[in-house]
Design a protein around this ligand. Structure first.
Ligand code: SF4
Length: 182
């Protein structure tokens, strides 16, 4: 059986998890649609979120949190130009290995869906104060949903009096949410 991922391009993208560090996340752009491997990845990887209908899958590949869409993989890694090729190679080889071994894997269609953006948005302060670097709370909510930003990057939410709201937002995510300890 051949590899699922045979051709791709990759680039460094600003990593919202490490603002100002000079390090980056990675976007891998794929030539072919890889969504058929998602149920197999869902069966074997840790920390998964899976929305089968919308072809969104998130899971830990090696030590990297990866968000998959049919033609793209976003890798949350502190990468630089020298480390990017190795990290991408690790992720791609893991996906290809799961694909190679799929006949021995019971695919899992168990869905752990991400919450609707509006459900997150309505819990945010909704002041559009821009302290998070986004022009609107709605844009922040969309990237929080897609694991591209940390909850703690909304300073107003870090205030002690908003602890209950932070918990409500975290509770929207079936597998929890990385909050930096808040
Ligand atoms: S910092 Fe918080 S309140 Fe301000 S725009 Fe961003 S998400 Fe909205």
């Amino acid at each position: 059986m051949g590899n699922l991922i045979t051709e791709y391009r990759c680039e460094l993208v600003a990593n919202p998890h490490s603002h100002g560090s000079g390090r980056y996340g990675i976007r891998v752009m794929l030539t072919n649609d890889i969504s058929t491997v998602f149920p197999y990845l869902n069966a074997v990887l840790d920390g998964t979120w899976y929305d089968h209908e919308n072809s969104i899958f998130i899971g830990m590949v090696r030590r990297y949190r990866c968000a998959f869409r049919p033609h793209e993989i976003q890798v949350a890694a502190n990468a630089d130009p020298t480390t990017m090729p190795l990290i991408v190679s690790e992720v791609v080889s893991q996906v290809n290995q799961v694909w190679e071994e799929r006949d021995g894997i019971e695919p899992s269609f168990t869905e752990r869906k991400l919450p609707p953006v509006y459900h997150i948005f309505r819990l945010l302060p909704r002041t559009n104060c821009k302290q998070c670097g986004y022009t609107t709370c709605l844009a922040f909510a969309a990237d929080l949903r897609d694991d591209k930003v940390l909850l703690q990057q909304c300073p107003p939410l870090s205030r002690p009096e908003n602890k209950g709201i932070r918990r409500q937002i975290v509770a929207l995510f079936p597998s929890g949410l990385e909050t930096g300890g808040n």
